[in-house]
Design a protein around this ligand. Sequence first.
Ligand code: NAD
Length: 251
Amino acid sequence: MTTADFAGRTALVTGGASGIGRATAELLAARGARVTVLDLDPSGVDGPLHARRADVTDDASIRTAVAAAAEEMGGVDILVNNAGIGAQGTVEDNDDAQWQRVLDVNVLGIVRTSRAALPYLRASTGGAIVNTCSIAATAGLPQRALYSASKGAVLSLTLAMAADHVREGVRVNCVNPGTVDTPWIGRLLDAAPDPAAERAALAARQPTGRLVTADEVATAICYLASSAAGATTGTALAVDGGMQGLRLRPA
Ligand code: NAD
């Protein structure tokens, strides 16, 4: 059963047009929140969701979109900093421009959006920020130097922001998803010679034997954004099918 526990609340979700962000925006709305999606391409966003085109790498774009959304919704109680892009390879594989691009979206994107939204979150009763981080922040994954470094920064930023804003009544947490079945993973699988076999192999590598769903991550984000998590700030909630915490014996 879906409860209306976000009735009267207002939320912004960056990268909310696809995958984890879309599932989160839809769940917040289903639970009664007014929700605005901020995305590079919000053209497919419909239903009860508001949507605005915004680029988290462009400070003016984000400031304008956050202010307009706050005006339209009557404030911002919840900010989900979810927009992110991937990168594969070792430190030798990515050049400076690639590093700057991924850090610009994944890290500075959170900085810019939070800076624009904090005045509204502070004015809210029970303001909450939830950042979409990744198990890559702490796992030591091969071929993910740049992506892991960006998510390591997201984790540190989450903790530092939680400390800075706790006395202002704004909680800051993050989720650490494992391998989530979103269009992003779909694009990676489609690039393999046999996508179906690659998908099955990927699922088999998960402790649970399956990928995490976007709805499962959305549920965790909604928990951290909700008043039920009122005593929780500066934490990372793993939603990874046991990938990081479990040490299973080889079958
Ligand atoms: P996705 O590609 O399905 O969706 C990402 C959305 O972000 C897209 O709608 C895209 O348009 C938007 N976006 C990208 N750059 C943007 C920008 N500059 N400004 C505004 N919007 C922008 O991806 P997803 O799998 O749902 O991933 C969402 C988040 O979850 C990312 O931060 C990602 O790092 C994280 N994550 C994903 C997985 C996974 O396995 N899919 C695992 C761990 C963490």
